[in-house]
Design a protein around this ligand. Structure first.
Ligand SMILES: Nc1ncnc2c1ncn2[C@@H]1O[C@H](COP(=O)(O)OP(=O)(O)OP(=O)(O)O)[C@@H](O)[C@H]1O
Length: 319
């Protein structure tokens, strides 16, 4: 591994499908202990990028280095360091979970003496104990996804690449998988793709937005949150004071009345009036029952980053 702790290095990577450039000249690095979210709308180039990172698709141009190994020049050494969950988990449905994971351990060349321990660890990590002897075909989508993650991590790879890991899961399963991914991120480098902004906020330490094959944003989650932040508060008051009273609160630039009880306050970025508004509301009995900082949606961020050039169609974003 490199002295600077970089685990994954991507340099000027591109991929064409015929004339279509699905991934355009992207470069980035990732380290152990990072969870990097690849965020983009349908067709942005996420799955293509995940395939390029894992060596399941060859690049048209550019280079991927994992743990110091060039993925094209030293594929065996480089791929030993990768665990990959593709968009459609590669499961043998006619096998039992136990058989399938044993088979994957053999494929991954886990030494025979360590297989039992490796299986025990992933079964525990992925919550598979209750379905261990069941046929994969008979498992729910959530459990099949867990088996997909288990096969990706059972050889304890340094880099884990997960393509849309929570797609098709119910809310409880999503919470479970998110927790598992966060835990994995403490000791591995995890790269995941998603089109869901809150998913990135819930799990990732870093985020990259990909749009029409290009990286248009590389940020920490704190940086993304700062971008999402606006300078508006939504306020609901059961017994609102005259509008002028709200306008004279420190930091407030403008107040818009949305209906009898709802107000939108614009404030100066140097002073957020939320706290003083709450104090006044209690002292003067305004009946404050909502105080919500307004956030930008992913659609708004896209529009902002692309200067309104958001592609062929309006993005369909799940928030
Ligand atoms: N095998 C292929 N042959 C031709 N074009 C392809 C192929 N795979 C993907 N594409 C095209 O490349 C572009 C990027 O696709 P990709 O699947 O990487 O996007 P994505 O961000 O993963 O989308 P989604 O969220 O819908 O899975 C799309 O325009 C897609 O139609």
């Amino acid at each position: 591994m490199n002295a600077d702790k970089t685990l994954l290095s991507v340099e000027k990577l591109s991929r064409y499908y015929g004339d279509l450039c699905a991934v355009k000249n992207i470069s980035f690095t990732a380290q152990q202990g990072q969870i990097l979210g690849f965020l983009g709308i349908n067709g942005a180039g996420k799955s293509t990028t995940m395939q390029l990172l894992t060596g399941t698709l060859a690049p048209s141009f550019g280079k991927v280095t994992i743990g110091g190994y060039d993925l094209l020049e030293n594929p065996i050494q480089a791929k030993r360091l990768i665990g990959y969950l593709p968009e459609n988990p590669p499961l043998y449905r006619e096998m039992r979970v136990s058989e399938f994971l044993y088979f994957c351990a053999k494929l991954r060349r886990v030494p025979q003496a360590q297989i039992a321990q490796a299986l025990e660890t992933v079964v525990e990590q992925c919550g598979l104990a209750t379905v261990y002897y069941r046929l994969i075909a008979q498992l729910s989508k959530g459990y099949q996804q867990r088996v997909g993650i288990a096969q990706a991590i059972l050889h304890n790879p340094a880099l884990i690449v997960l393509d849309e890991p929570t797609t098709g899961l119910d809310p409880v399963q999503i919470q479970d998988i998110r927790q598992l991914i966060k835990k994995l991120g403490e000791t591995h480098c995890v790269i995941l793709s998603t089109h869901i902004l809150p998913e990135v906020q819930a799990m990732c330490s870093h985020v990259q937005i990909i749009h029409q094959g290009e990286l248009i944003l590389t940020e920490t989650i704190a940086g993304l949150l700062a971008r999402i932040q606006t300078h508006y508060l939504q306020v609901a008051l059961r017994f609102p004071p005259p509008l002028q009273k709200l306008e004279t609160l420190k930091g407030v630039i403008n107040v818009t009345r949305l209906d009898e009880n709802y107000f939108k306050l614009q404030y100066d970025k140097s002073y957020n009036p939320a706290e003083s508004l709450a104090i006044h509301a209690v002292q003067e009995q305004w009946g404050l029952y909502e105080l919500i900082p307004e956030k930008q949606t992913l659609e708004q961020i896209f529009t902002h980053l692309t200067g309104g050039q958001d592609g062929q169609t309006k993005p369909q974003i799940t928030i």
